[in-house]
Design a protein around this ligand. Structure first.
Ligand SMILES: NCc1[nH]cc(CCC(=O)O)c1CC(=O)O
Length: 305
């Protein structure tokens, strides 16, 4: 029996692109699917308190509620925005093949190298900390909103540049005139990957989505998110992680940075794929013993005031 799979999405251009991508893949596999934009959580009321279900993420909360309500069947997320602990009743149904994992600096004008002074805009603690670690004399301005909003704000302000995920720009076909790929910046865990979630008891959707999952991306993002989960202890610290597969090997690079960028602890490992079980947690523990524990304690104190 075929049912029409209701794909929930937020209504930003990037979110809609990602949801439509999943819709196309499902239809190509002979399923029926439709997009259900979910605007605000105002009309999505649940009879249980959200914390009881473990619903926490700011980007994912609305869709989690809509799925629990039966308003939608599945939800498509940028995986890096999804809390490492999924809410109860909701499961990972597919991890799509990863796109570009890098962060980019979009320059406002033609770049002429960075002098001592530059003002860079980003709302991400991870990007800010890594930028200041590399360019201690620079100034960071806060920049929030979806990709389009952030690009507009870059135009409207006298900043030298702003940091974006390459994957987000590529998906909505934005080609900045002047940009630099930040090869040295460790991306967010699971950056560039899309996660599709479904209700645990929804066998129809889960079976349909299973076929869309990309094995290598699933392995790499699982390691990155294990690393994050082991380190974070529920706070949004500047943590980066990237696992890549090279034939039989997995390479992992992870790090934690103090908010001011002055301290960092990083780890790099290369293991045979068949030995990658527990790699994320292992690297997290190594980070903690390499000065990461003090950095995390300091971050937690600074973020709680
Ligand atoms: N936090 C916002 C967000 N979530 C996912 C992406 C882009 C796609 C991706 O990184 O997977 C972006 C935009 C950005 O970071 O510039």
């Amino acid at each position: 029996m075929n049912k029409v799979i209701k794909i929930g999405t937020r209504d930003s251009e990037l979110a809609l692109w990602q949801a439509n991508h999943v819709k196309d893949l499902l239809i190509r596999n002979g399923h029926e699917a439709t997009i259900v934009p979910v605007k605000s959580d105002g009309d999505l009321v649940l009879d249980k308190p959200l914390h009881e279900l473990g619903i926490t993420g700011i980007f994912t909360k609305t869709l989690d509620v809509a799925m629990h309500n039966g308003f939608i069947d599945i939800a498509v997320h940028s995986m890096k925005d999804v809390p490492t602990q999924l809410p109860s009743g909701i499961v990972k149904a597919a991890v799509l093949e990863r796109a570009n994992t890098k962060d980019l600096l979009i320059h406002k004008e033609k770049p002429q190298g960075f002098g001592k002074k530059a003002t860079i805009a980003t709302g991400s603690l991870r990007r800010k900390a890594q930028w200041l670690n590399r360019y201690p004399k620079h100034t960071i301005e806060d920049l929030r909103g979806n990709v389009n909003t952030r690009l507009q704000k870059l135009k409207d302000n006298a900043w030298d540049g702003a940091v974006f995920a390459a994957a987000g720009l590529e998906r909505i076909n934005l080609k900045p005139k002047h940009y630099t790929e930040l090869d040295w910046m460790i991306p967010a865990p699971a950056q560039g990957a899309m996660l599709v979630v479904a209700m645990e008891n929804d066998n129809y959707s889960r079976k349909a989505l299973e076929k869309l999952s990309h094995y290598e991306t699933d392995i790499c993002t699982s390691i990155e998110r294990d690393f994050l989960r082991t380190l974070e202890g529920g706070c949004t610290a500047p943590i980066g992680a990237l696992a890549t597969i090279d034939i039989d090997y997995i390479s992992f690079l992870g790090g934690v940075f103090s908010l001011d960028g002055k301290q960092k602890a990083t780890v790099e490992k290369r293991v045979l794929i068949e030995h990658c079980e527990g790699l994320g947690a292992l690297c997290a523990k190594e980070i903690l013993s390499l000065g990461g524990e003090e950095i995390m304690k300091k971050i937690k104190k600074e973020l709680s005031v």
